[in-house]
Design a protein around this ligand. Structure first.
Ligand code: IVH
Length: 688
């Protein structure tokens, strides 16, 4: 600084305002886009108010890119039409599933470019196909002047007021940005924001949204910007519209990827999942990798997009009608579809739980044909008001069981009856009761109820329990219905003649079943224990019990306090185990099974084991390659560790995946050790 500055006038208000705008922009960007806030919220608010005060004094100095101007517009009567300077195209959709989608695209590109099989692989960029709505953001002289929806591709709607409220979207650009810049990308709603919004809507007695996409579309087309501001939207940039050409000072880019990096440097959110990929095999791998991560991402995607990376090649390839030749969308199987409800059945589970299930006209969703969708319980069925004949949205995401998301009320014909839960078990006729504070009705018939008996047998015979190969639900139905089997031990009293007499049972199959039963007698304590179907005793708990006590009799006789000493066992589980073994008929079943020859090696009680992660606190951030957030949390907790929401000096480890945000930076700042998924798994196995 030169001495002359000592005599410089104090910054005038205009300079101060410009400085404040810059500072606030910088921190808003760190907060919303980079996810690494460095300024305390209170300090941001103070600067914001300071700027507001100055602007109140000098209304003529308020600029449209001021952070105070994100919300401010008046409610509109309608949106003004906007003719796009460059049409917003759609992209061709590759409908072939799996590998061939990427291969077809690569083959087509190579053919168009006249390449032979020996020519080098083409450079592509592979991106998620974000499931929101396309937006064109127009900047003039570095200021956001207009945001428009795609509309019909030629003419969209001016939704500038609403888009300004999205914190992730820069209102102003750095000085090196071109005079005219149109950035295209997807406005979407994160899943957690969607859930929170729906909770809020419900609490206020207002209508909820079917999915994040609809919620985002609703927010963008909200005429009152004050309401839009309360709908949390996000944005990812993926392309360009009109831009100042290079010959008049516009930017020069060689590739799509390079262009995205520049947009990022100018403050636009660009997904970390956008990757360069060489040739078809890399695209195929990308499709699979993103497909595997799909359910764990914080937002919905409906496929991936492949783009030729070189902008020169893109120009050479050009367009066919309304679609570029250089890009293609490769969709994942839809996770939501429409179908009709044929009936509503009530199923009886192993523990007597009654579950209403919608029987559906078969529909292909989430990669499989679905004919049943759970309605969970009475309250859920009532809340969604599903009725026979209704047109419904069915969702199946990942391995989650299919569910009815909502009813299309305007498609309802007539007034079908409201669903009511039966007060009697639909299978055995015993009373069905709903305990105070519980969501479920339960059949009180216990093992008198053939549905519960069937489920108990199937549970015992499943692969993860004692495993009786070939004993499926059809066979169990028959065995129980004709009365050959009533209790678990009856399984081991089955004779060849009785089995072979069953409908559709060949001698060979009957012998196979008998062999499988014989084989299942040699089992392990955790499998046997899990197979008994004690409420709340899953595989992990069964293993923990077996390790702790070593012998079945020790478990059967353990008082609740002794059970509580087992890692993984809390008061509810302890009580449930005690209740189970306090019933004479359950002990009888165990004795008879042993008498039939079911056996396992017994061990010594384990010394009170130190759990591998006890005393350690973990924070999860980003998307892990294979484990979902909840799954990772459950594993850590099962190994004695704790999972916290934010990083502090007390954090032992931060587990970071793709798109890890501020938590990762915080960890680095505090010197907290950072693990990837593999390292976490090693620790879970007791390896560290
Ligand atoms: S590129 C000329 N990239 O998919 C190519 N589109 O028809 C223009 N979309 O509604 C589109 N993610 O909003 C592109 N990574 C991505 C995308 C993407 C989602 C949407 C886009 C449009 C549709 C393409």
């Amino acid at each position: 600084m030169s001495t002359l500055d000592l005599f410089a006038p104090a910054p005038d208000d205009a300079t101060l305002m410009a400085q404040l705008r810059r500072t606030l922009h910088e921190h808003a960007h760190r907060y919303y886009v980079l996810d690494v806030p460095t300024l305390p919220d209170a300090e941001y608010d103070r600067l914001f108010r300071e700027l507001q005060a100055l602007e109140a004094r000098h209304p003529e100095l308020v600029t449209p890119d001021s952070p105070t101007q994100r919300v401010g517009g008046k409610p509109l009567d309608q949106f003004a039409p906007v003719r796009h300077a460059v049409p917003m195209l759609s992209i061709r959709t590759e409908t072939d599933t799996e590998a061939s989608g990427a291969e077809n695209f690569d083959a087509r590109i190579r053919r168009e470019l006249g390449l032979s099989p020996t020519d080098a692989a083409i450079d592509y960029v592979a991106e998620p196909k974000f499931d929101g709505l396309a937006m064109n953001l127009r900047y003039e002289q570095g200021v956001l002047v207009q945001a428009a929806t795609r509309g019909d591709g030629e003419v969209g709607e001016d939704v500038t007021q609403n888009i300004r409220t999205i914190g992730q979207i820069p209102l102003g650009l750095p000085v090196d940005a071109p005079a005219v810049l149109e950035v295209r990308g997807e406005v979407y709603m994160r899943r957690d924001d969607f859930e929170a919004l729906n909770d809020k809507q419900r609490a206020a007695g207002q209508k909820t949204f079917v999915n994040p996409r609809n919620a985002a579309a609703g927010a963008v087309r909200q005429l009152d910007p004050a309401i839009a501001a309360q709908r949390p939207l996000s944005f990812y940039a993926y392309g360009l519209g009109a831009v100042t050409p290079p010959d008049v000072g516009g930017p020069v880019w060689q590739s799509h990827f390079e262009m995205l990096q520049t947009l990022k440097s100018w403050g636009f959110p660009v997904s970390e999942l956008v990757k360069c990929a060489q040739g078809a095999p890399a695209l195929v791998a990308y499709y699979a990798a993103i497909g595997a991560q799909r359910d764990g991402l914080g937002f919905d995607i409906d496929g991936v997009v492949y783009k030729v990376n070189s902008l020169a090649l893109q120009r050479q390839l050009g367009f066919v009608t309304r679609e570029p030749r250089w890009a293609v969308a490769h969709k994942f199987p839809a996770q939501e579809m429409l179908t009709t409800v044929l009936a509503i059945d009530v199923q009886v589970g192993r523990t007597g739980k009654l579950t209403p299930v919608a029987k559906l006209a078969p529909v292909f969703v989430g990669g499989v044909t679905v004919t049943n969708a759970t309605l969970h319980n009475e309250d859920e069925a009532r809340r969604k008001d599903v009725r026979v004949g209704d047109t419904v949205v069915v969702r199946r995401a990942g391995d989650v069981i299919p569910e009815v998301v909502s009813v299309l009320l305007d498609k309802r014909v007539g007034t079908p009856a409201v669903f009511t839960m039966p007060r009697q078990c639909p299978v055995c006729g015993s009373a069905a009761v709903r305990e105070e504070g519980e969501a479920d009705y339960r059949c009180t018939g216990g093992l008198f109820c053939s549905a519960q008996r069937k489920q108990a047998i199937l549970h015992f015979a499943q692969r993860r329990a004692v495993e009786v190969e070939g004993l499926g639900d059809k066979l169990v139905d028959q065995l129980v219905d004709v009365g050959i089997i009533n209790t678990l031990p009856d399984l081991y009293r089955l004779g060849f003649t009785a089995l072979a007499k069953l409908a559709r049972m060949a001698d060979k199959s009957a012998q196979n079943i008998l062999d499988a039963l014989e084989k299942s007698k040699q089992t392990t304590l955790p499998r046997f224990l899990f197979g008994l179907g004690i409420r709340h005793v899953g595989e992990a708990t069964a293993k923990a019990l077996a390790r702790h006590f070593g012998k079945l009799d020790a478990i059967m006789d353990a008082p609740e306090e002794a059970l509580l000493a087992v890692a993984d066992v809390g008061p509810i589980v302890a009580k449930s185990i005690r209740t189970f073994f306090d019933q004479a008929h359950n002990r009888e079943v165990v004795e008879q099974l042993r008498a039939c020859g079911v056996t396992w090696p017994e061990g010594e009680p384990a010394p009170v084991a130190v759990q591998p992660l006890s005393g350690q606190t973990f924070v999860l951030t980003g998307t892990l390659p294979t484990l979902g957030r909840e799954e990772a949390k459950a594993l850590i907790e099962a190994a004695g560790g704790k999972v916290a929401g934010s990083v502090s000096k007390k954090t032992s480890f931060v587990v970071a995946g793709v798109e890890a945000g501020s938590k990762l930076d915080k960890a680095r700042e505090l010197g907290v050790a950072v693990l990837d998924e593999d390292q976490l798994k090693e620790m879970l196995d007791g390896g560290a």
